[in-house]
Design a protein around this ligand. Sequence first.
Ligand SMILES: Cc1cc2nc3c(=O)[nH]c(=O)nc-3n(C[C@H](O)[C@H](O)[C@H](O)COP(=O)(O)O)c2cc1C
Length: 197
Amino acid sequence: MQTESFRQAEFPVDPLFLNRWSPRAFTGEPLPDAVLFTLFEAARWAPSSYNGQPWRFCYAKRGGARWGDFLACLHEVNRQWAEQASALVFLAASQSIQAMGQTIPAPAPALDCGAAWASLALQASLLGWHAHAIGGFDRTAAARVVGMPEGYDMLLAVAIGRRGGKESLPEALQAREAPTPRRPLAELVAEGCFPRA
Ligand SMILES: Cc1cc2nc3c(=O)[nH]c(=O)nc-3n(C[C@H](O)[C@H](O)[C@H](O)COP(=O)(O)O)c2cc1C
């Protein structure tokens, strides 16, 4: 697997981790169900507190009956690029889970859903697609669009597509269309104490 040359790891990791990134320019080509459901399958196997699996996914494919409704929930700044994606996904978390034979408040639903989102994104990258997380959307509108019942929190939108040419983006976004670096490990990790900046 080719590694995005911009990204340098300090220690050897599988190229998968460096190759996943969040482009905004997409081709808009159709996303086969076989691919889409492989992404959900990867998400399904994420770890979660008490194996509570609080994640719920709702999707709309570009050109499908619900596409416009999903797209309309994104903030304009995100809609302007995400409209070229092949699918949009809303990720919601259950506020409660089944554990030890009873219903309990989900201890860490956002963490669990974060793990599921990351699995989905890494699987997309492995298949030559990209998944771009979007926090900038109207959660209330998204909940309404998908008919989300009580007891859930709408957390995240995700745009999925194949990477397209950046010429399709507004100029300001073209300049940002590249994989980003990361803070040095020394800023993030320390033995026995809190990492110092
Ligand atoms: C929870 C979450 C919310 C995000 N919201 C947005 C967003 O609203 N718009 C956007 O363009 N990117 C959004 N992103 C993408 C991040 O900006 C991106 O993941 C980050 O800059 C790191 O870049 P990379 O994913 O290319 O490695 C979001 C990512 C996450 C995880």
